[in-house]
Design a protein around this ligand. Structure first.
Ligand code: ATP
Ligand code: MG
Length: 334
C-alpha cells in the first residue's frame, strides 16, 4: 500500500515554498514560541496546497486542524490499512512531544478502543533534555536496525538531520520496548500493541467519552490509597527486576480509572546496568511517590524505601556478575 511520509517529504525541502533551513535562518532570533507559531503557520499554508494525490484516504470522525491533519493522518494511515484501527474519535491530550488519540479498534484485534501516542514531527517537538537518560542506550536507525557506530554518536552530538532521526526513533523504540518488557512481567502498564517510527498503539485506559484521569486529578478513598501505594511499590520492584527505572515517575504519569491504575510515559526509562545515573533517578522516583501519598497520611520515608528496594535489586543481581557494573554498586547512594 502506498504510504505518504509527509514529515520526510517536508523535511527534505521538496517544495520550493517550504524549506526548514530557510525558516531556521529567518527565525533564528525569535523566541521559541514565536518560532513554533511561525513554523505551524508555514506548514498550514503549505498543507492547503498539497497535491490531491498526497491527501490520505483515511477519513476520521475527529477533525484535526489542518497543520495537525497533515502528519496525524499520514502517521496513522498504516495502522488503518493494516486493519488495526478503524477511526480516530478524538484527541485525549496534547503533550510537549506527543499527542494521544482515542481510536476505535478493528474487530479483529478483539479490542474496542486503542490509544495512539503519536509523536509530533521532529520540527514541532520539544524533546526533553535527554542526554541524562540516553547513556548506555542501544541506538536504532529509521529501519529499526541497531547501530553502534561512532558516526551515529557524532551525528547525534552534532544534531545533524541523521542524528535527529536516530534520537527520534530510538526514543520511541525505547518506550515501546520498556512497555513490552514490563507488561509481560506483570507490571500495571497499558498493553503495548504495535509501533512505527512515529506512533505507539496501546491499550486505551478509560471510556470512549472520558479518558482516564491522571492520579493528580483524582481524590482517592483512604483504604484505596493504601492499596494503590502498595501496588505502586510492587511495580517499582517489578521494574527493577526488569532492569528498568521509570525516571519520570509521578502522579501525572499514572492513569486512574474505576479503581485501577496504569503507569505510562516510558521513553526516558533507564537501565541500571548501563546508566550510571540510575540510582539518583530511582531515588527521585521514590521521593515523588512518597510525597504524593503523604496527602493520604501514608508517611513512608522515601530514602528508606528506595534503600530497601535497591538493596533487594542489588542482592538479586550479585549472582549475575555482568548484571550490575561495579561502579554502580560503589556509586550507589541508597
Ligand atoms: N493508554 C492510554 N489511555 C488513555 N489515555 C492515555 C493513554 N496514554 C496516555 N494517555 C493520555 O495522554 C497523556 C499524555 O501521555 P504521555 O504522558 O505518555 O505523553 P507525553 O508526551 O509525555 O505527555 P506530557 O508531556 O504531558 O508528559 C496522559 O497524561 C494521558 O492523559
Ligand atoms: Mg506524561
Amino acid at each position: 500500500m502506498h504510504k505518504i511520509d509527509y514529515d520526510a517529504y517536508l523535511d527534505e525541502g521538496n517544495l520550493d515554498n517550504f524549506s526548514t533551513k530557510r525558516i531556521e535562518r529567518k527565525t533564528r532570533r525569535l523566541s521559541q514560541r514565536e518560532k513554533r507559531l511561525r513554523r505551524e503557520a508555514e506548514l498550514m499554508e503549505h498543507a492547503t496546497r498539497l497535491p490531491a494525490d498526497l491527501q490520505p484516504r483515511f477519513n476520521t470522525t475527529f477533525r484535526p486542524a489542518m497543520s495537525e491533519r497533515v502528519w496525524l493522518l499520514s502517521y496513522l494511515e498504516v495502522f488503518y490499512n493494516a486493519q488495526i484501527i478503524t477511526d480516530v474519535l478524538g484527541k485525549v491530550k496534547g503533550g510537549k512531544e506527543a499527542n494521544v488519540y482515542c481510536c476505535t479498534a478493528h474487530p479483529s484485534t478483539g479490542l474496542e478502543l486503542i490509544a495512539a501516542k503519536v509523536y509530533r514531527p521532529r520540527m514541532f517537538r520539544s524533546l526533553r533534555n535527554d542526554a541524562r537518560y540516553r547513556q548506555g542506550r542501544v541506538l536504532k536507525d529509521e529501519d529499526g536496525k541497531t547501530t553502534r557506530g561512532r558516526r551515529e554518536a557524532l551525528a547525534m552530538a552534532q544534531h545533524t538531520r541523521f542524528g535527529e532521526v536516530l534520537r527520534h526513533t530510538s526514543w520511541l523504540e525505547a518506550e515501546f520496548e520498556t512497555m513490552q518488557l514490563l507488561y509481560e512481567a506483570g507490571a500495571d502498564v497499558p498493553k503495548p500493541l504495535v509501533h512505527s517510527n512515529d506512533v505507539i498503539l496501546m491499550e486505551y485506559v478509560g471510556a470512549e467519552d472520558a479518558a482516564a484521569a491522571t492520579l493528580n486529578e483524582v481524590t482517592l478513598e483512604a483504604s484505596e490509597a493504601r492499596q494503590i501505594f502498595d501496588r505502586l511499590v510492587d511495580n517499582l520492584a517489578i521494574m527493577l527486576a526488569c532492569h528498568r527505572v521509570h525516571a519520570d515517575f509521578s502522579a501525572y504519569n499514572i492513569l486512574y480509572f474505576e479503581g485501577q491504575f496504569k503507569i505510562i510515559d516510558f521513553p526516558q526509562a533507564v537501565d541500571p546496568r548501563r546508566n550510571p545515573e540510575t540510582a539518583d533517578l530511582f531515588v527521585r522516583d521514590v521521593e515523588r511517590l512518597c510525597q504524593y501519598f503523604a496527602r493520604y497520611h501514608i508517611h513512608q520515608d522515601a530514602h528508606e524505601l528506595a534503600d530497601a528496594l535497591w538493596g533487594r535489586f542489588l542482592k538479586a543481581n550479585v549472582l549475575d556478575a555482568d548484571a550490575v557494573p561495579l561502579e554502580l554498586e560503589i556509586g550507589v547512594r541508597v
